[in-house]
Write a protein that binds this ligand. Structure first.
Ligand SMILES: Cc1cc2nc3c(=O)[nH]c(=O)nc-3n(C[C@H](O)[C@H](O)[C@H](O)COP(=O)(O)OP(=O)(O)OC[C@H]3O[C@@H](n4cnc5c(N)ncnc54)[C@H](O)[C@@H]3O)c2cc1C
Length: 400
């Protein structure tokens, strides 16, 4: 990929900058963490603004209502929106980052026409119903059962860790349609409306005190066969398409936000004062701290270079490759080390700030120490990413 900007790309960047400059000041303050109606309005409202300005689905093909941008424009979009502090996809992330892309590749024309424009407009919030109490890393062991009854599947079982399940309109749902077949061959991918009779959603509180996770219970829920994506019992293959987007490109904006945070951390180190053996000094005077910040910056630069490769490959082949697993594995580790460093810089203050400090005081850095723990679990644990890298990139024997 040629990363020098063409005249068209520079024009795209300038147009985007001026649009962001005009709309961001009108947004006001984001809602509180557990104000779910407020958060839904905020996240879907931003999606609607992107849609009206022609920036929704920046890398989705134009025949599906996206902008059909080049990989470079996609990266410019991510860089500029992050740099200017635009809202992130928020609770639109399943629809925008993996359910939508899966429908683009795998769904029928009717399913695409029904859902893709609504996702882009922010009219539909989606969640992911993959994990179960006994099927996480070994997802193919899932047991939520779907029994065919003429033109419906009757679904009974339980999902867990369903992010935003309590606010979602639709769920990308994996069910077992053939319990006799080998486990990877008896699974089906369904579009499940979350308001169907028989669905019960119970929020779960996290260690960080928020409640975006849910358990979702299905009791003889009737889902039309017309909502099936791909063939019956071919859902594992469709789920791998979903994962390639979830692991491949869904974390890119996060990386850019983190890079901004590292610059803030360097600033914080300069301003901090510590009582050394002889006199007060700033943390920045500590060689080890400076070395750690420099190393983190170099690692993020390397991840950004890898991102460019993954995005450009995804655009060429239609789907991100296993490079996304390398990104996710490494990003989860670097981000954890960065949160540790933030706690060392903030010292005792970190404990107080994590409870309610804001961006200026370093509160978001302090709070992120709990959040980063989830990065090595969500979308497949770090051990599972290592297995994928071993098998699909290094050609090692398969995990038993
Ligand atoms: C922030 C966050 C958001 C999430 N959102 C969703 C969501 O919206 N929808 C959804 O369906 N799920 C969601 N999940 C669930 C997530 O996909 C699972 O937690 C994850 O796949 C791990 O499964 P598990 O929790 O059952 O752990 P387990 O699979 O029980 O793993 C336990 C430990 O064993 C290790 N292990 C397991 N198998 C192997 C192996 N073969 N080789 C080496 N080590 C192994 C794991 O790495 C882990 O350390 C979310 C999780 C998090 C943290």
């Amino acid at each position: 990929m040629d990363i020098r900007f063409t005249a068209d790309e520079l024009a795209f960047r300038d147009e985007l900058r001026s649009w962001l400059g005009a709309v961001l000041p009108t947004l006001g303050d984001p809602p509180e963490r557990d104000d779910w109606p407020g958060r839904r309005e905020w996240d879907t409202g931003w999606q609607q603004m992107l849609y009206e300005a022609g920036y929704a689905g920046i890398n989705w093909p134009s025949e599906f209502g996206g902008r059909g941008s080049t990989p470079t424009e996609h990266l410019i979009f991510l860089e500029e929106t992050t740099r200017m502090g635009a809202p992130y996809v928020g609770m639109n992330f399943v629809a925008q980052l993996h359910a939508g892309p899966t429908l683009i590749l795998e769904a029928t024309a009717e399913q695409q026409a029904r859902h893709l424009p609504a996702m882009l407009r922010g009219d539909e919030v989606w969640c992911q119903g993959f994990s179960e109490p006994n099927a996480g890393s070994d997802l193919a062991s899932l047991s939520t059962r779907a029994v065919r009854d003429r033109d419906h599947y009757v679904v009974t079982g339980q999902k867990i860790w369903t992010s935003f399940g309590h606010v979602a309109d639709y769920c990308e749902l994996l069910v077992r349609t053939d319990p006799e077949a080998p486990k990877h061959r008896g699974i089906t991918w369904l579009i499940c409306p979350m308001d169907l009779p028989g669905i019960e959603v119970r929020p779960i509180a996290t260690v960080a005190g928020s409640s975006e996770f849910c358990e979702v219970f299905f009791d003889e829920v009737r889902i039309p066969v017309a909502n099936r994506v791909g063939d019956e019992n071919d859902g594992w293959r469709v789920a791998m398409v979903t994962f390639s987007f979830e692991r491949g490109t869904a974390f890119i904006s996060e990386l850019l936000g983190t890079m901004n945070q590292l610059a803030e951390m360097a600033e914080m180190a300069r301003k901090s004062s510590r009582n050394g053996s002889t006199a007060w000094h700033s943390a920045w005077e500590d060689d080890e701290i400076r070395r750690e910040i420099g190393r983190l910056q170099a690692e993020y630069d390397a991840l950004w270079a890898l991102t460019k490769r993954v995005v450009s490959q995804a655009q060429r082949t239609g789907m991100p490759g296993p490079g996304g697993s390398v990104f996710k594995l490494y990003y989860a580790d670097v981000k954890k080390r960065m949160a540790d460093l933030a706690h060392r810089l903030l010292e005792r203050e970190a404990l107080v700030l994590a409870e309610g400090g804001d961006e200026q005081t370093g509160g978001d850095m302090a709070a992120s120490r709990l959040y980063v723990l989830s990065l090595s679990i969500a979308a497949g644990t770090s051990e599972i990413q290592r297995n994928i890298i071993g098998e699909r990139i290094l050609g090692l024997p398969k995990d038993r």
